[in-house]
Design a protein around this ligand. Structure first.
Ligand code: C2E
Ligand code: CA
Ligand code: CA
Length: 573
């Protein structure tokens, strides 16, 4: 049965009327294009919808070849041979989605099904029934874009980045070229976000993204990896000089302040760079190594770049080792606490001490400095169990000393993750109860960055501790991103001035002025001042003159074993 008009004329009347109705129906189907082709693929039928979808009128189309009308050049041979195979071998053309071509040259997306009529005659006819998928295609493209675009900055998102990196790695592999991955992270962004609020935080991220686009150029691939992290991919770059120049330019993107409402805010960024194939050949490894190099830049003081190196790779390996060894260290009894005295600057007496953790892994037998292992423990939940151990040990020691009449406060260092953990204050209360200790027996040392990030719940918890008489110190004061106006919000009793301030204060006007200002401000807020890291008599005299209450440092004692500091405390009594 054929559908063209000539054939219809030859049919009986009944049949013809049914066919005619059917033909009318098909001719009028909106969005369903039906085309008929003879065995040379010349158009013998072309309904109204075909005109709409493909742009050719029936007059223009009739008699023309399928491949010259709507088949894009690259598909022509394939279509011709599929049609011939159907005719000669009976292999039908499967239905499927196709990208065909309109008269204007534009692409049109259709779902195309094919039927062969009069297959075994001399005049086989192929009918194509095409459904216009343009709208679906547009929606699909939009969804795809949404799924691969970061809505805040409009940049490709992490998912897109991973696909792009994979493609570029494969290309670089084929062409034997290199590829650089830059990992960029804003320094202290979380603090800015917390201080100024998310609206301005978002604005900052958008402005930073704009500066990055200008800096790396349109041809580079720039994506937002997440939060305040961005990644740039640069093809075919491997000389160190170019890498360093670009990394420097990226760091310089923050040279000028960002204008956020009425405030001009200065931020910095840290950048890590690694190279394919030298530093990794897999997407995950390249991203991880660029990230590690970025961390290295942060550890070296932020606002700089670092290029991944073999040394860093060794260091990462060591850190992984440390992390896995730390896991067993608590059961193996590899930790000890040392105690460093804190001295009253007027009387010269030891009035309290700070518990400092030491770790000597069984297999190495020499200790790993806390500056190395604490940050590693902090990246995992290990710090929670380590912190609990420290709290328990310090309470046990305080009880032992109280039993022999030594009533000094032991300050413990508390990490952010511990404090954020539900139940920290309950744990502390239980521990004090277990060893029958009064609140003033155990003090807490927290950094200003931790305090700034703390939510109301934590601040309330600290407030209650303070009300009970627990000493709470801001540790390393002056090194964080704190705004002085925040100080009065924090429920603290002591300010521990970081030793970097003291180092040059007696000689340097600038550092001296800072020290003086901090002491003055602390006193105004009714806080006691503890100066850390006193190593020389000059520094001691200087601190006494400033009116600081308390000091800690090698001049008095290094961190000592409990038995050693106990002897000193016994003499003092
Ligand atoms: P921190 O809390 O600022 O501790 C003071 C650090 O300064 C200690 O290093 C101490 O040995 C050192 N120090 C004291 N006086 C002087 C001095 O006169 N000159 C010099 N150059 N250094 C001095 P340590 O014991 O290596 O601890 C380093 C950091 O590790 C601590 O800094 C603290 O942030 C962390 N830490 C130590 N124990 C613990 C702990 O139990 N829990 C947590 N979360 N962190 C801890
Ligand atoms: Ca401390
Ligand atoms: Ca400190």
């Amino acid at each position: 049965m054929a559908l063209n008009k000539n054939h219809l004329n030859t049919l009986g009347t009944d049949c013809a009327s049914a066919e005619a109705r059917f033909l009318m129906l098909i001719s009028a189907l909106p969005k369903v294009s039906v085309q008929g082709y003879d065995k040379e693929r010349r158009v013998i039928y072309w309904n109204a919808s075909s005109e709409d979808i493909y742009g050719y009128t029936q007059e223009e189309a009739l008699g023309k070849c399928l491949e010259d009308l709507i088949i894009p050049a690259l598909m022509r041979d394939e279509v011709v041979s599929a049609h011939e195979k159907w005719l000669s071998e009976g292999v039908s053309i499967p239905s499927g989605e196709l990208a065909l071509q309109r008269k204007s040259g534009d692409t049109v997306y259709v779902f195309s099904s094919h039927v062969m009529l009069s297959e075994h005659t001399d005049s086989p006819e192929m009918y194509c029934v095409d459904i216009d998928l343009s709208e679906q295609h547009t929606i699909r493209c939009e969804l795809e874009k949404l799924a691969t675009t970061d809505l805040l900055t409009g940049l490709p998102n992490r998912r897109y980045l991973e696909m792009a990196l994979k493609e570029r790695v494969e290309k670089a592999e084929r062409d034997s070229t290199s590829l650089a991955v830059f990992f960029i992270d804003l320094d202290m962004f979380k603090d800015i976000n917390d201080t100024l609020g998310h609206t301005w935080g978002d604005k900052l991220l958008r402005s930073f993204a704009d500066r990055l686009i200008k800096c790396v150029g349109e041809t580079s691939f720039l994506a937002r990896f997440g939060g305040d992290e961005f990644v740039v991919l640069i093809d075919d770059i491997d000389d160190n000089k170019s890498l360093e120049d670009l990394a420097e330019e990226i760091v310089d993107c923050c040279k000028e302040s960002f204008s956020l409402g009425t405030e001009n805010v200065f931020v910095t960024s840290s950048v890590g760079v690694c190279l394919f194939p030298n530093d990794g050949t897999e997407v995950d490894t390249l991203l991880k190594n660029a990230d590690a190099a970025m961390y290295e830049a942060k550890e070296q003081g932020r606002n700089r770049y670092s290029i991944f190196s073999d040394d860093l790779s060794v260091l990462l390996h060591q850190q992984r080792n440390i992390a896995s060894r730390l896991r067993v260290s608590l059961e193996n009894d590899e930790f000890t606490l040392l105690y460093q005295p804190q001295v009253d600057l007027r009387s010269g007496n030891i009035i309290s001490c700070e518990a400092l953790l030491r770790w000597t892994p069984e297999i190495t037998e020499h200790s790993v400095p806390p500056d190395i292992f604490i940050p590693i423990a902090e990246r995992t939940d290990l710090i929670i169990s380590i912190g609990s151990w420290v709290m328990e040990k310090a309470c046990e020691q305080a009880r032992a000393w109280r039993n022999i009449g030594i009533e000094i406060c032991i300050h413990i260092n508390v990490s952010g993750r511990e404090l954020e953990q539900d139940g920290f204050f309950e744990r502390l209360a239980r521990c004090r109860e277990k060893y029958a200790l009064p609140p003033e027996a155990i003090g807490l040392e927290l950094t200003e960055n931790m305090l700034i990030k703390s939510d109301e719940q934590v601040l309330l918890g600290l407030q209650k501790q303070r009300a009970m008489g627990v000493e709470v110190s801001i540790d390393d004061f002056g090194t964080g991103y704190s705004s002085l106006s925040y100080l009065k919000r924090f429920p603290v009793s002591h300010l521990k001035i970081d030793r970097s301030f003291l180092e040059n204060a007696p000689e340097s006007d600038y550092d001296g002025a800072l020290m003086e200002a901090i002491v003055h401000l602390g006193h105004k807020l009714n806080l006691k001042i503890v100066v850390e890291g006193i190593e020389t008599q000059t520094q001691l005299t200087y601190c006494q003159r400033l009116g600081a209450e308390c000091a800690q440092g090698y001049l008095f004692a290094k961190p000592l074993a409990a038995s050693v500091i106990q002897k000193r405390l016994e003499c003092q009594q």
